[in-house]
Design a protein around this ligand. Structure first.
Ligand SMILES: Cc1cc2nc3c(=O)[nH]c(=O)nc-3n(C[C@H](O)[C@H](O)[C@H](O)COP(=O)(O)OP(=O)(O)OC[C@H]3O[C@@H](n4cnc5c(N)ncnc54)[C@H](O)[C@@H]3O)c2cc1C
Length: 594
């Protein structure tokens, strides 16, 4: 049976010691009364909920899955999911980082993010229900009319109602410009929506009294392509005059998918048969509005993968300490036993350290991005807010793609530590691998994230956002250059930063002549950028640990060991990636597949 322990010590380290949460919060009037101690008390309670309430439902939810009843078009979630959700709502967890104007607690995104890491580690499939609701909350908060906000936000904030995002159709996934769902204006100012959506997470379930679907559709006069898409709010039950769920709307679930992982989350076909909906924001600007939800979801998917990386690591570590096979190459370590525990073997340690480094690097990076979002939302200085927004825009595709690729690697390595037992369901490891796989696909595949990073975020603004983030790295390198103990970290960091600048210029030049060059380079490019970011955070964590390890706390020794492993064993992947990115489009485009 797997186990899960919330990584609170590392969260403390990242939030307080690395990112100086108290100083960050002090700059933000909305959080001025909050200190790191309160944040950690909340995280401790949140960790208990995740580990004690959700984690026991993870394997059972996977085995049982969701059930669809065609007669009532209803979905039953796995046993225990509904009760856990009610407890979650009763405890006020959905409102944590929501606007107090709508009943929220107004706590920072950085706190919510860390909380979501634990929820996802405990049970990704369950966490998607409140996760999508929070995305719907953010989208309506940013783009809804005052009346829409008054009606929907308090109920999403309390968790009484949940939300979805309805983009995908059978013929239209990545290319949303192809979508066909139609919205006809009605005399009363509402719209009648007709069409079929597929793969809608949490599209139907038995956990909440109403479901608020955010649906992309076309108005009759819409231009073709992505410029003709509008966004609508389409509730499952039409709210009555008191805002309570009233008449059933003509939107419903036609079937649920049988899929590789996240079995506890209902992936629904959603049919709109003249459903009543209301426009959110401007006509034809729906994609723009939906991007609020998509960006939130992209960070959310990164947190799903961080959670899975952590829990897979914890279980692999426990197993490697217990499982006895063979003897250490350097001589027997457990002489009273017939064999040594497998943790003595260098390659088992490589697998464990890979998962550990991806978890710790990912935690530092995503906590930083979450704090940048807090700045973007709440800093009193306009220019600081804009700068933070630019950084979040640059780093979001890296969070989404780099963390999800790494979780796929990490969960697979963690499974491998178990040998054949990892492949057997009872140990829980194969579920982590299966659950991790979807994260590379939804919310824009990792290829699309890479194209977004290289094309839109880097080349389209002549590398300006990247240059500004690079400045932060350069300042750190300069500040550390007098410290000989930091040379092992800042030398490879500086080297990679220089190589990424050259690589960007080279691809930019080639792409100007042949756009296929950008498509050919984007995926390895994003991984190189991801490693640069991790190298920066590991170097910063190493700096702190070097000074604090002298106090004798083994935490800092362990942090240094992880940073050294990262630089020795994971960062060198960039040499290969840079060669791949530079190799160009020719070898990809040459084959005549006919
Ligand atoms: C379990 C699950 C849950 C989901 N939840 C939701 C949800 O809640 N709401 C929702 O709206 N959708 C949801 N989706 C849909 C998901 O977002 C899409 O599957 C995803 O965006 C990819 O679209 P597609 O499957 O049509 O693949 P396609 O778009 O057909 O892509 C196929 C392949 O081609 C590549 N490709 C496509 N276009 C390009 C391009 N221009 N350049 C380079 N490569 C390209 C892709 O990267 C991919 O590898 C979910 C899907 C699953 C499986």
């Amino acid at each position: 049976m797997p186990h899960y322990q919330p990584p609170l010590r590392d969260m403390h380290f990242v939030l307080d010691e690395l990112l100086d949460l108290n100083a960050e919060l002090a700059q933000l009037p909305a959080h001025a009364g909050l200190d790191a101690t309160t944040v950690h008390q909340v995280l401790e309670e949140g960790g208990k909920f995740a580990a004690e309430r959700l984690f026991p439902l993870n394997q059972t939810g996977d085995r049982e899955g969701c059930h669809y009843d065609a007669a009532t078009r209803s979905v039953t979630t796995p046993r225990g999911f509904r009760d856990a959700y009610q407890q979650y709502v009763a405890a006020g967890w959905p409102s944590l980082a929501c606007d107090p104007a709508y009943g929220g607690q107004g706590l920072p995104v950085a706190l919510n993010n860390a909380f979501y890491e634990m929820l996802n580690a405990a049970n990704q499939a369950w966490t998607m229900y409140p996760g999508l609701s929070h995305g719907a909350y953010e989208c309506l908060h940013a783009h809804g009319s005052e009346a829409q906000k008054q009606l929907y936000l308090p109920r999403l904030v309390s968790g009484e109602w949940t939300g979805t995002m309805c983009l995908t159709e059978a013929h239209c996934g990545t290319d949303l410009g192809l979508l066909r769902t139609r919205a006809e204006p009605q005399p009363d100012g509402s719209y009648r929506l007709t069409g079929n959506k597929i793969f809608i997470s949490a599209g139907e379930h038995d956990m909440a009294a109403n479901i608020v679907h955010l649906v992309l559709a076309r108005l009759p006069d819409a231009p073709s392509g992505t410029r003709g898409i509008s966004l609508f709010v389409v509730p499952k039950f039409l709210p009555d005059a008191q805002g309570e769920p009233g008449e059933r709307n003509a939107i419903g679930c036609g079937a649920i998918e049988h899929k590789m992982g996240i079995h506890g989350n209902a992936t629904c076909q959603i049919n709109l048969d003249g459903a009543k909906g209301w426009l959110i924001g401007e006509p034809h600007r729906g994609l723009n509005a939906m991007f609020v939800m998509m960006n939130a979801a992209r960070l959310g998917v990164g947190m799903q993968s961080l959670g899975l990386t952590e829990v897979a690591y914890q279980n692999a570590l426990a197993y490697a300490r217990e499982r006895a096979q063979g003897r250490s190459l350097s001589g027997t370590k457990a002489s009273s036993a017939p064999a040594d525990p497998i943790i003595v073997h260098p390659d088992v340690r490589r697998m464990l350290m890979t998962a550990r480094a991806y978890a710790e690097g990912g935690r530092a990076f995503t906590s930083y991005v979450a704090l940048m979002i807090d700045r973007e939302l709440n800093h009193p200085d306009d220019s600081v807010r804009r700068e933070a927004a630019d950084e979040v825009a640059l780093l979001t595709p890296i969070v989404k793609a780099f963390l999800t690729d790494n979780a796929w690697i990490a969960t697979s390595e963690a499974l491998q530590v178990f040998g054949g037992h990892g492949y057997i369901a009872e140990w829980g490891m194969e579920q982590y691998v299966r659950d991790a796989r979807i994260n590379m696909i939804y919310e824009g595949t990792n290829t699309i994230q890479s194209l977004d990073l290289l094309g839109r975020k880097v080349l389209m603004d002549q590398g300006e956002k990247l240059r500004r983030f690079g400045e932060k790295i350069r300042h750190f390198i300069v500040a550390q250059s007098a410290d000989p103990a930091m040379a092992e970290f800042i030398t490879p960091l500086a080297d990679l930063a220089e190589k990424l600048v050259k690589l960007t210029a080279e691809i930019g030049g080639k792409a100007a002549a042949d756009p296929e060059e950008m498509g050919a380079a984007a995926v390895p490019y994003l991984r190189v950028a991801g490693h640069l970011v991790y190298a920066y955070f590991f170097a910063r964590m190493a700096k702190l640990s070097l000074t604090r390890a002298a106090g004798g706390d083994p935490f800092y020794q362990a942090k240094l060991a992880t940073a050294r492993f990262y630089f020795a064993r994971l960062l060198p992947e960039t040499a290969m990636l840079i060669r791949q990115a530079r190799s160009g489009a020719a070898s990809l485009m040459a084959m005549d597949f006919s």
